[in-house]
Design a protein around this ligand. Structure first.
Ligand SMILES: Nc1ncnc2c1ncn2[C@@H]1O[C@H](COP(=O)(O)OP(=O)(O)OP(=O)(O)O)[C@@H](O)[C@H]1O
Length: 226
């Protein structure tokens, strides 16, 4: 993915206020991992919303998986969105669906063979320690369980890009480490992974290049590891 001078602001922002993102430029190659760091309110979630195609930049150029979203047709954008998995900070599970149905939803939307849907969804839930919780509704799950369902839903489609916003904030330390191990593994299979975090322990224990955001701008970051 490549961003060049991307600006974005929320439609609700008052005229005259500074944009939420200002002149963001960076490149992340296929299969690379990036931490996204920065203080609260810096613009990390906003940047993930832009990368996940839920917030349109007001200006600038963007290339996501070889597609320029600003020039893409609606059908092309729909296909592109399906190649991007997002783990939202607030999980965004559908309350009227069970854990299993939430995870199965993106596979259904992608037209996956129904025989595969249940198996793949159950497998990923089991990997995340949720075997036996498949039929629970979000309001019957703990915060950590909801977070794991949201992780499962993002991963089940085997996305080409994974965007994760504080994906470990409701997880135990062991679970967090296991998840980071999985993220690194899927990078090895070609998925580009971007993870926003404040978790200093994870940043220390899983050294990787980072993009640092401050006040809506790229304020720094570390060079890619050799
Ligand atoms: N839906 C929204 N509508 C309008 N403004 C928003 C919206 N979401 C975030 N903002 C504003 O955009 C700016 C960047 O917020 P953002 O959530 O991207 O920061 P963040 O770095 O992800 O923070 P945190 O670490 O606390 O999640 C802030 O000024 C915030 O108030």
């Amino acid at each position: 993915m490549h961003l060049q001078n991307v600006h974005a602001r929320y439609p609700t922002a008052h005229r005259g206020l500074a944009g939420a993102l200002n002149s963001i430029s960076f490149t992340v190659a296929k299969g690379e991992f990036r931490w996204l760091t920065g203080a609260s309110g810096a613009g990390k979630s906003t940047l993930l919303a832009v990368l996940g195609l839920s917030l349109r930049p007001t200006s600038g150029q963007m290339d996501i998986l070889g597609v320029e979203p600003a020039r893409a047709k609606r059908s092309q954008l729909t296909r592109l969105r399906r190649r991007i998995g997002t783990i939202h900070q607030d999980y965004r599970l559908l309350e009227q669906l069970t854990a299993l149905e939430n995870v199965a939803l993106p596979l259904r939307l992608a037209g996956t063979d129904p025989r595969l849907i249940a198996r793949e969804s159950c497998d990923i839930l089991a990997w995340l320690g949720l075997a036996g919780r498949e039929n629970a509704y979000p309001d019957q799950l703990s915060g950590g369980e909801c977070q794991r369902v949201a992780i499962a839903r993002a991963l089940v489609v085997r996305p080409d890009i994974l965007l994760a916003d504080e994906p470990t904030n409701a997880l135990e330390e062991t679970e967090s480490r296991r998840l980071l191990g999985l993220f690194q593994e899927i990078c090895g299979h070609g998925t580009t992974v971007i993870v926003a975090t404040h978790n200093e322990t994870l940043l220390r224990d899983f050294p990787a290049p980072s993009i640092e955001i401050a006040q809506g701008r790229v304020a720094g970051g570390t060079a890619p590891l050799p």
